[in-house]
Design a protein. Structure first.
Length: 443
């Protein structure tokens, strides 16, 4: 029975993404900013100077592939480790195996997929082995490692940011799949450039999605003798769930998020919920929508309702914790709340105005009186001299100037009368009036 199972396993073909998985740097499509000639990660791999690192990027951009290529190049033992199914006991078992390898002079690369899913204790279990060189840890995450990987482990790893593949890069990959013997090169598959581009657009930067979609389309193509013909209709049937969102040019993806944003800005909750549903039901990543909603909370509501940002962040966290389809109601709550909230773009305008000055006034020194005087030399140079500590005053205010001389009097934040920002405006006017009065007394 076991022999029969083994023989059957050998006859089951691997999925297309697995068959086409690159084994060398030059076979990798995309990530030219890291792997192009002379680029940092390429040099590290070619010089066999690999140390612990974390790959941060969206799904399907080659994080696992890159770890495999590194293992092949460095001739290290490669251990694939899933943060979803492994606990501290499994970590220790693997670490002991790596320690045994080290004693025999063999490097061990431990690849941890979705490392952000490990809790602090699980991540800490790697630390001593990373520190003494028992393992080279390569973690992969779709989440910002600054927030999801604990500081002690992160400080021992170099972070490389991987980018979604461009439409043209996906086209290179799809053409390779059609022509390569590892793909459909030994079969007679008829598929036009336009249909391949439809798949590339649908994949939205995800190589795995592109190849899986191509494989599904070929398997469902129409047979004409020995020829498998894949048409636009075949692909549309295979991608029907996302056909609402992705068209040939991919423009609808941006049109829909724009429609959601502008509906909320126009205080139209019905339109906003409709566009939200169009995006989510078409297969959009809820975390992408949640990020845009969070941006809206400060860009278009701001201090007119400070709770807007809290609610948007809470919705993002809910999406992260429970995912689709349950998180649709959390995003709906955030979208409706933001649609009905009072609107102010004062924070956005404040930053844009300050940014313009910052870019043209980069040489402006920090005024001496608001510099920290942490050494004797600094004190002798006048750092901190004349500083006024607001908490020592009855009003908790001073008339001390904090902008560089060339920018004195510049106003960046101009609050509106909307919602809670009206209170901010009244307070700011009170502060400015008090400071003007102090100037009169001095003058």
């Amino acid at each position: 029975m076991n022999e029969q199972v083994t023989m059957m396993e050998h006859t089951v073909p691997q999925p297309l993404p697995a068959r086409l998985r690159p084994r060398t740097i030059d076979e990798i499509v995309g990530q030219r900013h890291l792997l192009g000639p002379g680029k940092i990660l390429r040099r590290i791999i070619e010089q066999d100077a690999v140390s612990s690192m974390i790959f941060w990027g969206p799904p399907g951009v080659g994080k696992t592939t890159l770890a495999n290529v590194i293992a092949n190049h460095t001739r290290a033992s490669f251990i694939n480790f899933s943060a979803v199914t492994s606990g501290i006991k499994e970590i220790r078992t693997v670490m002991q195996q790596a320690e045994d390898n080290r004693r025999f002079g063999e490097k061990t690369i431990v690849f941890v997929d979705e490392i952000h899913r490990f809790n602090k204790a699980q991540q800490d279990a790697f630390l001593p082995f990373v520190e003494k060189g028992s393992i080279i840890l390569i973690g992969a995450t779709t989440e910002n490692p600054s927030f999801e990987v604990n500081g002690a482990l992160l400080s021992r790893c170099k972070v490389f940011v991987l980018k979604a593949l461009s439409e043209e890069e996906l086209m290179v990959l799809l053409r390779r799949a059609v022509e390569s013997p590892k793909g459909f090169g030994e079969e007679q598959v008829e598929i036009s450039e336009d249909v391949l581009r439809l798949i590339a657009v649908f994949a939205n930067g995800d190589a795995r999605t592109a190849l899986s979609t191509l494989e599904m389309a070929v398997l469902n193509g129409s047979m004409d003798g020995e020829v498998t013909r894949v048409t636009r209709e075949t692909v549309e049937q295979c991608t029907s769930r996302k056909s609402l969102l992705y068209d040939k040019t991919g423009e609808e993806h941006y049109n829909l998020i724009s429609a959601l944003h502008k509906s909320m800005r126009n205080s139209d909750p019905d339109a906003a919920v409709y566009w939200l549903a169009r995006m989510l039901e078409a297969g959009e990543d809820p975390l992408y929508v949640a990020r845009r909603v969070t941006r809206f909370a400060s860009e278009d509501v701001g201090l007119a309702d400070p709770r807007a940002l809290e609610l948007a962040v809470a919705a993002y966290q809910a999406c992260h914790l429970i995912g689709m389809p349950e998180c649709t109601v959390h995003l709906t709550q955030a979208v409706v709340y933001l649609s009905l909230a009072p609107k102010s773009n004062a924070l956005y305008m404040a930053y844009e105005s300050a940014k313009k000055d910052a870019l043209t006034q980069l040489s402006e020194p920090v005024p001496l009186h608001i510099r920290n005087a942490v050494t004797k030399l600094m004190r002798e140079e006048g750092y901190g001299k004349g500083y006024q500590y607001a908490h020592d005053t009855e009003e908790k205010l001073t008339d001390m100037r904090c902008l560089p001389d060339s920018l004195l009097g510049r106003e960046y934040y101009r609050p509106t009368d909307q919602g809670s920002e009206a209170r901010c405006k009244a307070r700011l006017e009170q502060i400015k009036a008090w400071k003007k009065e102090q100037e009169k007394k001095r003058g």
